[in-house]
Write a protein that binds this ligand. Structure first.
Ligand SMILES: *[C@@H]1O[C@H](CO)[C@@H](O)[C@H](O)[C@H]1NC(C)=O
Ligand SMILES: *[C@@H]1O[C@H](CO)[C@@H](O)[C@H](O)[C@H]1NC(C)=O
Ligand SMILES: *[C@@H]1O[C@H](CO)[C@@H](O)[C@H](O)[C@H]1NC(C)=O
Ligand SMILES: *[C@@H]1O[C@H](CO)[C@@H](O)[C@H](O)[C@H]1NC(C)=O
Length: 402
């Protein structure tokens, strides 16, 4: 190699080194990692998955008090199933979804059960600044041959999963048309979901707004959910969950359970559901367990709830989805359940339904101030094997409570 060659190579190396210093400096100075700088096109058709993963790795690896992963506004990024894993070097990662992230069609998932997962991150904010949108393009799953071929709608993926994370905020974005559940929080703690909107058609299967399991200290606040599934479903292993300020409908309910399927031991406790408005849902304040299960659902309160045209507003069911009732199978114990200030209209005559097992495991049910009417006649309460009391004005009258 001649002199010139060596000099050119040295210059080139120097330039490269200088560039990486600049990039690092830029990264550190503002701590923003834009997916476009990692090759994302945002044209809605190019697969931008790799760019997202690379930008995540850079943000996650950056030292300092925080690093941001930016998904810019005004673009639509096609991203396939992707896992964003921690632990991260920076104390907090902020994912700013200002644009749209679009899911691929069913053929491109190779059996993956989630679309985007945040895994093992401590200190995470995912915020949409009110313009961010996740479009799960679930239509091609819900009623398709793909689903029928699998023969099981549960095979459809969840849009966003927060798994084994602590100190998380999800805020100010919308998620629409998820193939199955919109947001799932699992094995996590200190999670706040606020100002979210989840939407899907009323007949899209199991498109729950938020599902929680094996997690504690989770709050879902100031959000709007209208889907074909539960607005919020509070599953096994959930403790200290607050649901506050939700508008729910169409869809099913805010449900605790189902618990105890196939004899499983599953428990939920300290659940506080308040200031919720149900419109055109199939239920509202609901607790559901399977016969023969073990464990408990206890210390649950529903406060300041209103119902508009809800099929079955208040439900405890210890025979959830069981085709027949087999005597003496036992049940997940339901206890210390408090209903306070519930009002509105029921679409069916039976406004309150406490269907408990003869094992005597529905105890300390407290009903305070309830007025749920049926527009076409007397409303009724169905009450089997529930023990507890009422106070204040309670309509319909609940026969088995004191
Ligand atoms: C969850 O994350 C912690 C570290 O943050 C790790 O020690 C633990 O093994 C993880 N658990 C699972 C089930 O991934
Ligand atoms: C229903 O509840 C919501 C939330 O608590 C409240 O904002 C709204 O005013 C209530 N509507 C009626 C008709 O009571
Ligand atoms: C609720 O359902 C009624 C018909 O049963 C419909 O007229 C109304 O628009 C629905 N409301 C909402 C908010 O979806
Ligand atoms: C009953 O549940 C409430 C929450 O709704 C809780 O504050 C209280 O401690 C529970 N009582 C018992 C005896 O567990």
């Amino acid at each position: 190699m001649g002199i010139i060659g060596i000099r050119t190579a040295t210059l080139l190396l120097a330039a490269l080194a200088w560039r990486s210093v600049l990039v690092a400096a830029a990264g550190e100075a503002d701590g923003v990692f834009n997916v476009k700088d990692y090759g994302a096109r945002g044209d809605g058709t190019t697969d931008d998955t790799k760019a997202f993963i690379d930008a995540w790795s850079a943000a996650c690896g950056a030292r300092g008090s925080s690093a941001s992963l930016l998904v810019p506004a005004g673009k639509s990024f096609l991203v396939g199933p992707a896992r964003f894993s921690g632990p991260c070097a920076s104390t907090r990662i902020i994912v700013q979804v200002m644009g749209t992230i679009t899911a691929p069609p069913p053929g491109a998932w190779s059996g993956q059960k989630y679309w985007m997962m945040f895994y093992q991150v401590q200190g995470l904010t995912v915020t949409g600044g009110s313009t961010g949108l996740l479009d799960g393009r679930g239509r091609s799953w819900w009623w398709s041959d793909q689903c029928n071929r699998y023969g099981d709608i549960y095979k459809a993926p969840t849009a966003l999963v927060v798994m084994n994370c602590t100190d998380v905020e999800l805020s100010k974005f919308s998620s629409k048309n998820s193939p199955q559940m919109h947001i799932a929080v699992s094995q996590s703690s200190k999670v706040h979901l606020t100002q979210l909107t989840t939407t899907a058609p009323w007949d899209s299967p199991n498109t729950d707004g938020v599902h929680i399991d094996q997690s504690e200290d989770v709050r879902v606040t100031r959000s709007t959910m209208g889907t074909g599934g539960e607005c919020v479903s509070i599953g096994p292993g959930s403790r200290f969950v607050t649901v506050d300020g939700i508008v729910c409908g169409p869809g099913r309910a805010v449900s605790v359970g189902s618990l105890g399927k196939k004899g499983a031991t599953e428990s939920v406790e300290y659940i506080d559901v308040k200031n919720v408005q149900f419109i055109n849902t199939s239920s509202g304040a609901r607790i559901k367990t399977w016969q023969g299960g073990k464990g408990y659902a206890r210390s649950i309160s529903f406060t300041n709830i209103n119902f508009t045209n809800v099929d079955n507003p208040v439900v405890i069911n210890q025979f959830y989805a069981d085709p027949y009732h087999i005597p003496n199978m036992g049940a997940v114990a339901v206890s210390n359940i408090t209903y306070t200030n519930l009002k509105g209209t029921s679409r069916y005559r039976t406004a309150v339904e406490f269907v408990c097992s003869e094992s005597g495991s529905c105890t300390n049910i407290h009903v305070n101030s309830v007025a749920i009417t049926f527009p076409y006649g007397e409303a009724l309460a169905l009450c089997q094997n529930a023990q507890g009391d009422t106070s204040g004005y309670v309509y319909p009258k609940i026969p088995c409570l004191r």
